[in-house]
Ligand binder design. Structure first.
Ligand code: HEM
Length: 142
């Protein structure tokens, strides 16, 4: 998955179908509540206070799925893989991230097609973020 294909979804209707901004705030809030108690993930996040990270991921996902582009107004082009380079993300960290995000998605009442679109994306995107540890996400192929 290239940095450009990580930047925007091919369709814009998931944002509305999921419930708009409140749904994304709820989803990411639930995700980071889980991160806070996950010892594999907590070790990766440098800041004690996860509220800034929560806001950045929320705005990114809103933009990715077709909502307002506030994320890029504040942060510029997503360049997610580049932004994750400072953090050691191996298969273990990726699996922990995806497991907590999958649990957060499953705690929401989402239409099956919306749930599937999100989980497919998170599966691929989290694999693309692996930057250490050998069995990586095919970094040389994109
Ligand atoms: C594979 C496991 C992952 C780990 C361990 C991880 C970890 C991190 C860490 C430590 C940060 C810095 C926290 C902060 O912003 O203060 C971060 C930022 C961020 N992550 Fe991840 N991440 C992962 C996957 C993903 C995925 C799959 C996405 C998107 C779907 C994502 C989106 C973001 C965004 C948008 C930011 C903020 C970037 C910025 O504007 O600075 N991350 N992540």
């Amino acid at each position: 998955m290239s940095d450009d294909s990580l930047a925007a979804a091919p369709t814009a209707n998931v944002f509305e179908a999921a419930g708009g901004e409140p749904a994304f705030r709820e989803l990411v809030g639930r995700f980071y509540a889980r991160v806070a108690t996950d010892h594999v993930l907590r070790a990766v996040y440098p800041e004690e206070d996860l509220s800034g990270a929560t806001e950045r991921l929320t705005l990114f996902l809103i933009q990715y799925w077709g909502g307002p582009g506030t994320y890029s107004q504040q942060r510029g082009h997503p360049r997610l893989r580049m932004r994750h380079q400072p953090f050691a993300i191996g298969r273990r960290e990726r699996d922990a991230w995806l497991a907590q995000m999958t649990a957060a998605v499953d705690s929401m009442e989402l239409a099956p097609a919306v749930r599937k679109a999100m989980l497919d994306y998170f599966d691929a995107a989290s694999t693309a973020m692996i930057n250490t540890g050998g069995s990586d996400g095919n970094q040389t192929q994109d």
